[in-house]
Write a protein that binds this ligand. Structure first.
Ligand SMILES: Cc1cc2nc3c(=O)[nH]c(=O)nc-3n(C[C@H](O)[C@H](O)[C@H](O)COP(=O)(O)OP(=O)(O)OC[C@H]3O[C@@H](n4cnc5c(N)ncnc54)[C@H](O)[C@@H]3O)c2cc1C
Length: 405
């Protein structure tokens, strides 16, 4: 299970001063922004591009997430974009020529009630119709995939079975960001850190540039990819997005020998567990229910979820917590993303990925780059328009999976 130890080279990309203007400015140097810049250059030949990041590359959710990658979503629209992403993940290490430690160790989504079982089996069938690998496992089969899970019926959340996606897994998040950054830089993209966008310049209904802490920069097009802060940036152009920003937290244990061979998620308990290549158990909680921008969560949220997790994994009782942290996730009313055009010409939106956008990094970067390059959505992201909150054509993954990771 342990992958190769990678030494981070001293310098992977240039550190340029901002130019006076770019064809495209991407706001936000997380995974989505970096992937978008890379695909703009690689797939569309648009290289006069800058990624503006207020802090450091991948200092936001990109390197705060629990790295679960899967595509077993219920609705056709979601399955389409997440499966496109998973296919890109499968060739990404070779494409970017960087060890991202993508490990297809499978993901189990546990069912704890009769209704969970019905929903899960329905999802397996829907997944298969969409060509996505999906299996229904009974408790004994769950235990074969994950021997440390407690399948006793005498716990608060007994395991009645699970969906299983064998091609799902995890990757090393910061390596993914560095891989995209390095590849984008090599194609001529300027990655500008410590450069906060403080205003959007709009003239005659069209975006013409951005104001930043390092001066005003002209832009033909501006692509927002600011995750939990997207509504704040969009507001600078007078756009009120249907987004709520919540803290979402996670923790890692001390390093253990390899004990957990797969990824386990439970939406009922709202806890999910994998074991990182280095050996830590990586565990997460549900979102903190209130809105906020402080990158930390409340202790009682994670305490409750860990109590439930211990019933599923009694084995973890003696593991020590090494550290906890939080990120800010942006959630839409149907808990599906917004990827497409905005009411301002030349200004594009990629947001609302909530708790589940890491897995989408290659897929959304690919689709968003297409959207920005052509000025219209790719068919894979067309259903995720802002207009759906007016037309009512929602992608209602909410009940199934979209608030899970
Ligand atoms: C604890 C946690 C666990 C998660 N687990 C999973 C998981 O297991 N699987 C999964 O698929 N997803 C998961 N997610 C969700 C996933 O991390 C996000 O959906 C995804 O990372 C969002 O895209 P991003 O990487 O571009 O975001 P970010 O990395 O947050 O990038 C946005 C960037 O925009 C920058 N920015 C903001 N405002 C400005 C400004 N004004 N000017 C310039 N820059 C600005 C920020 O500094 C930030 O770097 C998790 C999230 C959290 C917090």
């Amino acid at each position: 299970m342990a992958g190769p130890v990678v030494v981070h080279p001293e310098r992977l990309w240039r550190n340029p001063e901002p130019a006076a203007a770019y064809d495209v400015i991407v706001v936000g140097g997380g995974g989505h922004g970096l992937a978008t810049a890379y695909y703009l250059a690689k797939n569309h030949g648009i290289t006069n591009v800058a990624v503006l990041e207020k802090g450091w590359l991948a200092g936001g959710n990109m390197a705060r997430n629990t790295t679960i990658i899967r595509s077993n979503y219920l609705w056709d629209e979601s399955a389409g974009i997440y499966e496109h992403s998973l296919k890109l993940w499968e060739g990404l290490e070779q494409e970017l020529d960087y060890p991202i430690l993508f490990s297809q160790r499978g993901v189990l989504n546990l069912a704890h009630s009769l209704q969970d079982v019905r929903d899960s089996v329905r999802r397996v069938h829907a997944n298969r119709l969409n060509g996505i690998d999906a299996e229904w496992l009974d408790p004994q089969q769950v235990r074969e995939v994950c021997p440390i899970i407690n399948i006793s019926p005498d716990v608060r959340y007994p395991v009645h079975g699970a969906t299983y996606q064998p091609r799902a897994g995890i990757a090393k998040h910061d390596h993914v960001a560095w891989a995209y950054a390095r590849a984008a830089d090599a194609l001529g993209v300027d990655l500008i850190q410590d450069c906060e966008v403080t205003g959007l310049q709009v003239s005659g209904g069209r975006v013409t540039g951005v104001h930043t802490t390092r001066g005003t920069i002209g832009a033909g097009r501006v692509a927002l990819s600011a995750a939990g802060h997207t509504s704040v940036v969009a507001r600078m152009a007078g756009i009120d997005l249907p987004l709520q920003s919540h803290p979402l937290q996670a923790l890692v244990s001390e390093l253990l020998e390899p004990v957990h061979p797969t990824v386990v998620m439970s939406n009922a308990v709202h806890v999910y567990v994998s074991q990182a290549h280095k050996g830590e158990l990586v565990m997460g909680a549900g979102i903190d229910t209130w809105n906020g921008y402080g990158q930390r969560g409340a202790f009682h949220i994670i305490e409750r979820q860990m109590a439930a997790a211990l019933e599923l994994f009694p084995f973890f009782a003696r593991a020590h917590v090494l550290r906890t942290w939080g990120g800010i996730v942006d959630v839409t009313p149907d808990a599906s993303p917004i990827v497409g055009l905005s009411p301002v010409d030349g200004l594009f939106l990629n947001c609302g990925w909530g708790t589940g956008g890491f897995k989408a990094t290659p897929g959304v970067g690919w689709c968003y780059a297409h959207t920005v390059a052509h000025g219209e959505p790719h068919p894979l992201n067309a259903p995720f328009s802002l207009e759906r909150f007016v037309t009512g054509a929602l992608v209602d993954e909410h009940g199934a999976a979209a608030v899970a990771h």
